[in-house]
Structures are given as C-alpha cells and as structure tokens.
Design a protein around this ligand. Structure first.
Ligand SMILES: Nc1ncnc2c1ncn2[C@@H]1O[C@H](COP(=O)(O)OP(=O)(O)O)[C@@H](O)[C@H]1O
Ligand SMILES: [Mg+2]
Length: 366
C-alpha cells in the first residue's frame, strides 16, 4: 500500500499514524493530484521561493532560452513535486518524470536524455539517491547538453558522444546535504522549501475544501492548520479524515467542535506531532537524558531508518523548538521535556535554536 522508501507510514487510519504521516498512501494519490496548485499564483506560501522562481523563469522566457537547472530541497509534502510541475507549466514545456532510485544504470538515464525535446523539463525526484554512473553522466548532460554512451566492455569499449536537446533539470531532494558537491554545483538555482505557517496552511485548507466541496468553518480550518506539522500534504490528509468524521457522525459541516473531536479520534496531538515524533522525543529524553545523541543512535532506539528520522522527523522537531542540533548531537529543549509532562533540567536548551549543519546556501549559487 505504501510508497517505497517510506518506513513508518501505516495503512489503517484508526491509530492516527497514517493520518499525519507525510508520505503518500496509494489511495491518496489521485486526490493529491486534484489538490495540487497549478501555477505560481495558485501556489500558497513559500513567498521567497516563488519570487525567485518567477524571476528565473521570466528571465529565461524573455531571452527565449531554457532556464538554469533548478534544485528544490526540503522535507516531504511541502510542494516540491507540485513546484516542478508548475515550472513546466509556466514555461509551456512538457515534463518528463523520473527518480533517483529509478536511474540505477547510466543507460536508463541515457535513454531518458536522448528522448528529450528542446525546452523540456526533466524532473528527477529524490535526486540524492541517483547511482554514481548515472550521476556522472548527468554532469555532462547538465553542463554541455551531451552524453558519452559507452559501448562494449574492457579494452575494446568505445564511447560515443550523443547530443542532448537543451533542457531544464529540476531535481527534488529531502536531503540536499547528501548531494555530491559536483552535482550541487551544476544547479544554477537552489530553493529550500521550509515548513508552512498555520495561516498559510489555513489558506491551503480553504482552497482544498473548495475543490473537494467540503464546508469548512474558519476556526476549524485554523485548528486543523495548527496541527498539520507545517506540511500541506498532512493538512490535506487531515481535512479528508475530518470530513469522514463530519459526514459519518454529523451533518458533514466541519465546525471547530467537529474538528477537535475528529482530531482526537485520529490521535493528532495539539502540536500535530505524530507517533514517530513522539517516539523520538521520548527516546531522546527517557533513554539518553535529553542528549546530546547522534541521529543514527536515536533512529535505532525508535526502530526506524536513520534517513526517516533525519529527513522527516527531525526537521519538524527542530522547527517546533523541541530539538536543537548541536555539533555534539541532538539535544532536547525545555519545551520537549514539558511536552512529555516532565520537568526540564536547569541546563536544558531553550527552544527555537537551530544550528544548521550540512545545509547548502539558499538561493543563487553562483
Ligand atoms: N503551496 C501549496 N499550496 C497548495 N497545496 C499544496 C502546496 N504545496 C503542497 N500542496 C499539497 O500537498 C501535496 C503534496 O505536495 P508535493 O508537491 O507532492 O510535495 P513533495 O513533492 O515536496 O513531497 C500536493 O498534492 C498538494 O495537494
Ligand atoms: Mg514529491
């Protein structure tokens, strides 16, 4: 039922986990598509990214060329795929879709590249998971719009140069720190998508309610927004779960009372923390005395992939002021102790500190 590479997204909604998990559940894919924003103007939030992208795209259109390659980074569910589709739409180009894990052999990529038509947008999702040989082929394609296809093996192998039509690569990654330097350097524009504020999520919810034909009261929307983990995908999923509740147990209208009651049934807490968030906080505090502890050790403690803890869970807990990243590891803030109903030690870190590591600079790279 779940998409590959997703370690914790359950399939039932009864325990609330999957209601808040940021990854895709198969049955939700179609609805997600209907809720995607389709133009830059339709895209709510991320004002800086939108403004920068508008300039990049409009500049290219004025010159009649293809824009620089674009890298979109940020946690799951924040709109990277939607933005890639918007780039193609705004350029009036077609979008070719693939993903890092699908490009296992350089030949797979060569086939993809040789089919491109001038001006196409090639979207590579999870680009940090691309295999080395394909990555090296991509360097040349991005820089010189050509690839060298190696034919044969051993001493008799020859390499045939192949032209590639000028295209724009849009890469998406949940882990920009995992990209190699040479790959990162070939993107002319990097946008980091950040978690959304509750008012932005509320606007997204109102828009989605309109599309789905759901009656959503303003204060109910605000409450769902507050508990959506800063993530549009989760906001939209909670909206659908609350709609179920409203239709089954009431007259279908989502009032604040209905929203509260529904969210309680789905076990979504006041901050929107999900099961894994809570497990990580609990391990950090109960097993490691509040840290500092390395992220992989924390992942083992909660029985989860380090990448999931690092890419999905930790960014939100840092943003929520529950975890601080320090050079010696992750530490629980006073707010995290209080969240678990415990008294923080006198030396607990204050909330809201973010020490960014492994983050590339934002915006224009060169
Ligand atoms: N800015 C936005 N405005 C409205 N809806 C959004 C926005 N960003 C994301 N969404 C919704 O969230 C869902 C997930 O977005 P997606 O682009 O697939 O995220 P990502 O690729 O970063 O995981 C989309 O289907 C869309 O419904
Ligand atoms: Mg995506």
């Amino acid at each position: 039922m779940t998409m590959p590479g997703n370690g914790f997204d359950g399939t039932g909604f009864e325990d609330g986990e999957s209601a808040v998990a940021a990854s895709l559940v198969a049955g939700d894919v179609d609805i997600e598509a209907s809720l995607r924003p389709t133009s830059l103007d339709d895209f709510i939030g991320q004002p800086r990214v939108r403004e920068q992208l508008q300039l990049v795209l409009t500049g290219a259109k004025l010159r009649g060329g293809t824009p620089d390659h674009i890298l979109l980074s940020g946690p799951p569910g924040l709109g990277k795929t939607s933005m890639a589709m918007i780039v193609a739409t705004e350029l009036g180009s077609s979008l070719r879709l693939t993903s890092g894990p699908a490009l296992e052999r350089a030949g797979d990529l060569a086939a993809m590249l040789s089919n491109l038509v001038e001006g196409d947008v090639l979207f590579i999702d999870e680009i940090h998971r691309i295999a080395r040989p394909a990555e090296e082929m991509l360097y040349l394609a991005m820089e010189d719009f050509r690839v060298d296809v190696v034919v044969g093996k051993g001493p008799g192998a020859t390499s045939i140069p192949l032209e590639v039509a000028p295209f724009t690569l849009v890469g998406a990654t949940t882990r920009s720190g995992a990209l190699t330097g040479p790959l990162r350097d070939r993107f002319g524009f990097t946008a980091h998508m950040d978690f959304y504020d509750p008012p932005e999520l509320q606007r997204i919810l109102m828009r989605s309610a309109g599309i789905l034909g759901v009656q959503l009261g303003g204060d109910a929307g605000a409450e769902i927004a507050r508990r959506s983990r800063g993530t549009p995908r989760i906001a939209n999923r909670l909206l659908r779960r609350v709609r179920d509740f409203a239709e089954v147990r009431a007259d279908g209208v989502i009032t604040r009372e209905i929203a509260d009651a529904a969210l309680a049934v789905y076990d979504v807490d006041q901050l929107g923390l999900d099961r894994l968030d809570r497990a990580v906080l609990s391990a950090l505090i109960r097993s490691f005395g509040g840290g500092p502890v390395g992220v992989s050790t924390l992942a083992v403690a909660v029985g989860e992939e380090p990448s999931t803890v690092e890419e999905v869970c930790e960014p939100f807990l840092v943003r929520a002021g529950m975890i601080a990243r320090t050079p010696r590891g992750r530490v629980a803030t006073a707010a995290a102790w209080q969240q678990l109903g415990l008294t923080p030690p006198p030396d607990a870190a204050a909330g809201g500190i973010e020490v960014r590591v492994n983050e590339p600079p934002q915006g224009l790279l060169d």
